[in-house]
Design a protein around this ligand. Structure first.
Ligand SMILES: O=C([O-])CC(=O)C(=O)O
Ligand SMILES: [Mg+2]
Length: 215
């Protein structure tokens, strides 16, 4: 599976998840319930998918052993939130293997330790309850996580706003679009600082009039 150039990962890190989501036509955003345990952390990297059963984390444990440095584990835990399928021990092991972070449609626990360890984790919920290590699952195959189809090799961008996935074969194109959008937002910021409103800048006066907002 192809890797993503370091310079591309760095550019995505600067852009942020919402800009990437807008730039690719408002697609790829995971459910809004999937949020960072530490909103100061930004996560960018190549997805390694994990298909996991609710209340069990054997597939996740296995994925840590086969992940490549830089991978982001993206886990479909079936939105099951009554079991912390990831905690500080898995975090320590993931860090030993150079894994960049975790996105899980499920729960995590030990979050104070995870925050102190500086490991980016995005989850649907937090649960103190334990999980079994018995069930079959899959690593590397297509999954749905937070309502989005994700394949191993897709790009994951997560920050305080949430998580967005970019299809592997659109990574360069979406980067160009996102940089363009960021440049246009920067000129909008300059106009706002000059005292103009977004209604002016986006030329929405006619629409406002037509909808009867004018007083
Ligand atoms: O025990 C587990 O399966 C999950 C956990 O709490 C840890 O990784 O620390
Ligand atoms: Mg634990």
């Amino acid at each position: 599976m192809s890797t993503i150039a370091r310079s591309v990962l760095e550019s995505y890190t600067r852009l942020g998840a919402a800009t990437v989501h807008e730039a690719q036509g408002r697609t790829g955003a995971l459910d809004s319930a999937i949020k960072p345990v530490d909103p100061r952390k930004v996560l960018v990297g190549r997805a390694l998918t994990v298909d996991s059963r609710p209340g069990d984390n054997l597939a996740i444990q296995y994925a840590v052993t086969v992940a490549k440095p830089g991978d982001v584990l993206v886990v479909d835990a079936k939105a099951y939130t009554e079991g912390g399928a990831w905690g500080d021990l898995l975090t320590l092991s993931a860090q030993q293997h150079g894994i960049s972070g975790l996105v899980i449609d499920g729960s995590v626990r030990d979050i104070q330790a995870i925050i102190e360890m500086g490991f980016p984790v995005f989850s649907r919920a937090i649960s103190i309850k334990g999980t079994d290590k018995n069930q079959p699952g899959g690593v590397g195959s297509g999954i749905v996580c937070g309502g989005v189809n994700i394949a191993t090799g897709d790009l994951i961008v997560g920050d305080a706003d949430g998580v967005v996935a970019v299809l592997a074969d659109r990574v360069d194109e979406v980067l160009r679009l996102a940089v363009g959008r960021e440049q246009s937002e920067e000129s909008t910021r300059q106009e706002i600082l000059k005292g103009r409103t977004l209604i002016d800048i986006l030329d929405l006066h006619e629409r406002v009039r037509a909808l009867g907002y004018d007083r």
